[in-house]
Design a protein. Structure first.
Length: 141
């Protein structure tokens, strides 16, 4: 189904995010100086594929290596962007994937946490939509 035109006054931020669920909880990150939790990931650089963006962003943020051949699409979600000018949307393309290494906060990430569905109010608006989707699938408790 075609997406409606965003028009000139709406800005869209295009991001790629990692969905990592263990024991009914999802891996989330909080950047330095932020009061809201976000799924790990970020914006693609010029010429990058979604998988290349995911691999780079997760290495930068969490110091682990995504296993590229394990990357599986979860879905794409859009909502108003938290902390941006009114009318700014974020479009989050989400992927599940295996990783190698030990998760630890790196770069701008201050802390990481495993959040459950009751933590939904603590995450960004687009992440709230993702929490709802994962809860409906029975993946998030």
């Amino acid at each position: 189904m075609p997406q409606p035109s965003l028009g000139r006054d709406v800005r869209e931020i295009d991001k790629v995010a990692w969905i990592r669920i263990e024991d009914g909880r999802i891996l989330s990150t909080r950047s330095r100086g932020k009061d809201v939790w976000y799924l790990p990931g970020g914006k693609r650089e010029a010429g990058e594929t979604d998988v290349e963006t995911l691999v780079r962003e997760i290495r930068e943020e969490l110091d682990v290596a995504i296993v590229p051949e394990s990357v599986t699409p979860v879905g794409t979600f859009s909502a108003e962007a938290h902390g941006q000018a009114a009318g700014t949307l974020v479009r989050m393309t989400c992927y599940a994937a295996d990783y190698q290494g030990t998760l630890r906060p790196a770069s701008e990430i201050e802390e990481l946490a495993w959040l459950g569905y009751p933590d939904r109010p603590r995450v960004s608006p687009v992440d709230q939509l993702i929490f709802d989707h994962l809860r409906a699938q029975g993946a998030l408790t």
